[in-house]
Design a protein. Structure first.
Length: 335
């Protein structure tokens, strides 16, 4: 009787397992490195936040190599959350781009060693201009640290690279500390969802935070008719309105909204085979769902979907129509 021999992992399986183990080790190391940053926070971090808030110019971020890539991201995060900022490459700075730094600026320089040749040349030049300098470094005794006004120490870090050479855990720490700066400053400024949308008009988040007043139809594109207007007059008005809206807003003698007449309403009255006589108030929809111009487009879209309508009037507090939001307008914004 033969016995079944247990299958041994193939060389390929073993290789894949070791790859995953190594990847997990790198992730754990970088996670620990970032977690350890909490102990590095203190008065120097708070001072850096105060300097950013007080800055009358730009927050200029600079770094060489991988630290520079992190610096560009930190600068972008600050710029998108209410802090004027740009990135300055150290080498380009030494060949004319020092003109991007002014005396009112705050210069944040990122370097793990603090001894990069380009960084050591940049700092004295920036000091001559008069800019305040904050260092993000793992070496508080470095030239960069000694020549800076403030130092954010990320601590001594073991890189995930087996040779200890490629920046890995150190750049993760730099990024986390930069994000911490940007988010604390955001909070201190009282930066709102509306502010965020202003700086992100083309993104999905920006579209989600848009106000109805930004995309509603208004002015010549807003079809308004009177309660006693005939259906023929209403159709002429909507047909002459730019954009060919699928609805007309019906107002009373005081100019307040009393109803809405839509393409759907028109189809219903035409079932009799001809256009009936009588004022539009006899055929309009009463008490339509409405929004204000300061409402979010996202909120208006939910109302459109919930009530299965294609248009929604935009009113003032005293119910005077100032706009019309069509479902197509929302689709155009998404496109």
């Amino acid at each position: 009787m033969s016995t079944i021999q247990p299958q041994r992992p193939t060389e390929t399986d073993t290789s894949k397992t070791s790859r995953l183990e190594r990847a997990a080790e790198v992730i754990r190391l970088e996670a620990r490195t970032i977690a350890n940053l909490e102990a590095q926070l203190g008065p120097s971090f708070e001072q850096a936040v105060d300097w950013i808030l007080e800055c009358q110019g730009m927050v200029v971020v600079s770094g060489m190599g991988k630290a520079g890539i992190i610096g560009a991201k930190i600068s972008a995060s600050m710029a998108s959350t209410g802090t004027p900022s740009h990135f300055l490459h150290p080498s380009e700075a030494l060949h004319g781009d020092l003109g991007r730094i002014r005396s009112k600026d705050l210069l944040i320089v990122i370097s793990n060693s603090g001894e990069s040749a380009e960084i050591k040349s940049l700092i004295p030049a920036a000091r001559k201009i008069g800019a305040r300098i904050v260092a993000i470094t793992g070496n508080p005794e470095s030239t960069l640290a000694r020549l800076s006004d403030g130092v954010l120490d990320i601590g001594r870090i073991d890189e995930a690279c087996p040779m200890g050479l490629a920046p890995t855990a150190s750049t993760s720490a730099m990024l986390a500390l930069g994000d911490a700066l940007a988010m604390v400053v955001l909070d201190e400024r009282g930066f709102s969802r509306e502010d965020y949308a202003r700086y992100h008009p083309a993104g999905a988040l920006g579209r989600k935070l848009m106000r109805v007043g930004e995309i509603m139809r208004k002015g010549d594109e807003l079809p308004i008719v009177r309660e006693n207007d005939s259906l023929t007059d209403v159709l002429i008005t909507t047909n002459r309105t730019p954009g060919k809206p699928g609805a007309a807003l019906v107002v009373d003698s005081e100019g307040r909204l009393s109803g809405i007449f839509t393409d759907g309403d028109l189809r219903r009255v035409l079932k009799a085979g001809h256009l009936p006589s009588g004022p539009v108030k006899d055929f309009m929809g009463r008490d339509p769902k409405c929004v204000a111009e300061h409402n979010l487009v996202d909120e208006a879209e939910r109302i459109l979907h919930k009530h299965r309508v294609d248009q929604i009037p935009v009113l003032t507090e005293d119910r005077r129509p100032i706009g019309l939001l069509d479902v197509q307008d929302i689709l155009d914004v998404r496109i």
